[in-house]
Design a protein around this ligand. Structure first.
Ligand code: AMP
Length: 352
């Protein structure tokens, strides 16, 4: 059995954005403290955490002091430099583990891992040169999408190719970054499963949510997703298999395309996920508390959905309602920028 961190213990969180902020709030509800490590000044999580270190990921002394002050380390984004993790893992446990992080940091490693589990992914090819792209376009038909292997988020680092004449322009736009060409998946809908696994290898998945994107950024997640019982069961089992194969501890977002020939895995995110924000008002235990419970060695909470929910992101200067019956979550960001996630709202209705 896992050792439970007692209340009063401290969870170290790498990254101080809104996910770190909501993790800190959840930890504080359980009597746990958080210490945020974030290079940028005045991050959203700093307003609610117990401690904050403002330092770069190359500052080994600051990382060492941070590790010494916490009982366990987790993270809210997947692009943490390897050298920082090498140092931290000699000092404190890190959950989710390095394998999960390394797998999700590189789109090709991720797809090969998913295929090794017998799961379906979009047709893909590794692209390092224009020549690679030109020959891949002979097998992966247009339309297709050229994506950077690493550091992509919210549709950034992605270019759609509609005709083979666009190959050079698309290749040049990535400035030589290692890339992957993906066949365009004709999907009925996009869904995600927010799945959790704790230190006793117990797995719990939230009901799949149905996602709509605008300009590559998540706009709404609705639960329940419009799925048959078989599709819903397949999605949940598939997510559980991924977590078990990685010996995963924490919450993961598994993004899926629903197609006429079954579920195709788009990508996995080894952290709490924007498409899981609906759980804050749709479940007794939300994804943030579930993650904290898992990394702290606690039993997982009850993630059953008690309501239907539509979560809508507040992006840029989107306006929001302060109505009493809407779950409003603002991230405390002072500067509004186009495309920047400023908060979200959850609108609930009777469970169907
Ligand atoms: P990603 O950053 O890979 O999650 O991509 C962002 C969004 O682009 C996805 O949620 C889809 O809406 C769309 N997309 C990405 N890859 C594909 C693909 N291979 N086929 C169809 N749509 C895609």
């Amino acid at each position: 059995m896992a050792e439970m961190l007692p209340p009063g213990s401290t969870i170290g969180i790498l990254g101080g954005g809104q996910l770190g902020r909501m993790l800190s709030v959840a930890a504080s509800r359980l009597g746990l403290k958080t210490h945020i490590f974030e290079p940028a000044a005045k991050p959203p999580a700093g307003q609610v955490a117990d401690m904050i270190t403002t330092a770069g990921y190359d500052d080994l002394k600051a990382l060492g002091r941070f590790a010494a002050s916490v009982d366990v380390i987790t993270y809210e984004f997947e692009n943490i430099p390897t050298a920082a993790l090498d140092h931290l893992e000699t000092l404190r446990p890190i959950h989710p583990n390095r394998k999960a992080l390394a797998t999700s940091q590189d789109r090709i490693v991720e797809k090969e891992f998913l295929q090794s589990l017998g799961l379906k992914v979009a047709p893909f090819a590794q692209i390092d040169t224009l020549n690679d792209l030109q020959s891949a376009l002979k097998t992966i038909n247009t339309p297709c999408i050229l994506k950077t292997r690493r550091f992509g988020y919210d549709g950034k680092g992605q270019i759609r190719i509609d005709t083979i004449t666009e190959a050079k322009t698309a290749f040049d736009a990535l400035n030589g970054a290692p890339a992957v060409l993906e066949g365009f998946v004709v999907f009925e809908r996009e869904i995600s499963v927010i799945a959790a696994r704790n230190q006793n290898a117990e797995v719990a998945c939230y009901d799949p949510g149905e996602n709509l994107h605008q300009s590559g950024i998540l706009h709404t997640t609705s639960v329940p997703a419009q799925l048959s019982m078989t599709q819903q069961t397949d999605a949940v089992i598939l997510a559980g298999r991924i977590l078990n194969a990685l010996d995963y501890i924490g919450v993961m977002g598994v993004e899926l395309f629903v197609t006429t020939s079954g579920l195709i895995v788009n990508e996995i995110a080894p952290r709490v996920h924007n498409s899981g924000h609906w759980t804050q008002n749709g479940c007794l235990i939300d994804q943030f508390e579930q993650h904290i419970r898992a990394v702290a060695g606690w039993p997982l909470g009850d993630g059953q959905r008690h309501s239907n929910v539509v979560m809508t992101n507040l992006i840029g200067d989107d306006t929001y309602s302060k109505d009493a019956n809407i779950g409003l979550h603002l991230y405390g960001k002072s500067a509004t920028r186009p495309g920047r996630k400023m908060g979200h709202v959850n609108v609930i209705s009777a469970k169907t």
